[in-house]
Write a protein that binds this ligand. Structure first.
Ligand code: PHE
Length: 373
């Protein structure tokens, strides 16, 4: 007779105890680290359930199938309990984190707000907002231009004296190559726009411009904003109406006389300069109906040569353009006396003339409503 102890059997009662112990440990796990420890204790390399699996090899062949099935079932129960507990613990961890990370949105903002928008940025935002309401979209171009876009395509023939009027900064170039220029006005973006977008075109183009000139009213770098409208029907009346509406909205004046004086630009025909009414009584400049005039921008109907240079048919397309200095109209609107101070980077100046970042210009509230100044 053989010794029954010599042929091991699977003790189902022991297996049940192992499973019960593992399930209890899983249920008691308070966090994901505890749960992992419970997993290793049951299903790890030396885990309690794994050890039972190792017994299989020593069982009598006729017992192995039933024993294997029992152990697999035990393993599945433990694994399912681990998965379920994991979901619960993860959800608890997330809620705890969300509760800990709440932000009290009702807290008041700090009483002293630091940081100001430069008046140039603010003025650009205001201009874009006003023309945006009229259906213009924003366009931009590079600061470094070639002769074609800055001059030739704009109907400045080579050697034309108007080129000299611009005090152009030239960059150096390789032998025989054309020298790039720092754009002397934003008008080259008229060309870039007409070359890339089919009419109808309605764009407003703010940006930096450069001329070799420096005194109380000129800085070598300054800003302009260009406007361009090209379609099949726009005429000088539209140009006037559009600019009259703009100056009234920008300067926030219901009554603001304007006049258009004939002028010359190679890229517009006819060309005009626009003046707005002001008074200079007592040495103080005040915008409005005061009997005096102040020039603020250049404009005109886009010259047929310019339209042709951009590959469009001037018999079919026409429109207007205008350009103005941003510093100049910012100085007028906000009473800033010296142009050069715009570029001094003096924090005291910026604190005085700058704008709160949340003071977003709008036609409804006005540009400076609730502002810092
Ligand atoms: N580019 C011109 C200047 O810098 C301004 C202008 C733009 C005039 C568009 C007419 C039309 O002086």
């Amino acid at each position: 007779m053989s010794d029954p102890a010599a042929v091991p059997t699977l003790d189902l009662a022991v297996l049940d105890q192992i499973v019960a112990a593992a399930l209890a440990e899983i249920a008691a796990a308070g966090d994901l680290a505890d749960l992992d420890a419970a997993r290793v204790a049951a299903l790890g390399k030396k885990g309690s359930v794994t050890e039972q699996m190792k017994l299989l090899g020593s069982l009598a062949p006729d017992q192995r199938k039933a024993a294997g099935a029992a152990i697999n079932q035990a393993k599945d129960r433990v694994a399912a309990a681990l998965d379920a507990r994991k979901l619960v613990l993860e959800a608890e961890a997330l809620s705890a984190r969300l509760a800990a990370e709440t932000v009290d949105l009702s807290l008041p903002a700090p009483a002293v707000q630091v940081g100001r928008l430069h008046p140039i940025s603010q003025t650009i935002d205001e201009i874009v907002e006003i023309f945006g309401e009229m259906g213009f979209s924003l366009a931009e171009g590079p600061d470094i231009e070639d002769d074609f876009h800055n001059f030739t395509a704009l109907n400045f023939p080579p050697g034309h004296p108007a080129r000299e009027m611009h005090d152009t900064f030239y960059l150096s170039a390789a032998e025989g190559a054309e020298r790039p220029v720092l754009r002397t006005h934003t008008s080259p973006v008229q060309i870039r726009t007409m070359q890339s977008v089919p009419p109808p075109i309605r764009v407003i183009i703010p940006g930096r411009t450069f001329r070799s000139d420096s005194d109380q009213t000129h800085t070598p770098m300054f800003h302009q904003v260009e406007g361009l409208v090209i379609d099949e029907a726009t005429h000088m009346g539209h140009l006037k109406g559009c600019l009259i509406e703009f100056v009234k909205a920008f300067f926030e004046l219901d009554v603001l006389p304007v006049r258009f004086r004939p002028s010359f630009f190679p890229f517009t025909e006819p060309s005009a300069e626009m003046d707005i009414g002001c008074s200079r009584k007592g040495g103080e400049l005040k915008l409005g109906d005061g009997g005096d005039w102040l020039e603020i921008l250049g404009c005109g109907m886009v010259h047929p040569n310019v339209i042709r240079n951009c590959g469009l048919d001037p018999q079919r397309y026409q429109g207007f353009a205008f350009g103005m200095g941003i510093e100049r109209i910012a100085m007028l609107k906000y009473g800033i006396p010296d142009l050069r101070t715009f570029f001094d980077s003096d924090v005291r100046w910026l604190t005085h003339y700058g704008f709160l970042p949340f003071d977003v210009p709008s036609l409804v509230t006005g540009a400076t409503n609730g502002g810092a100044r």
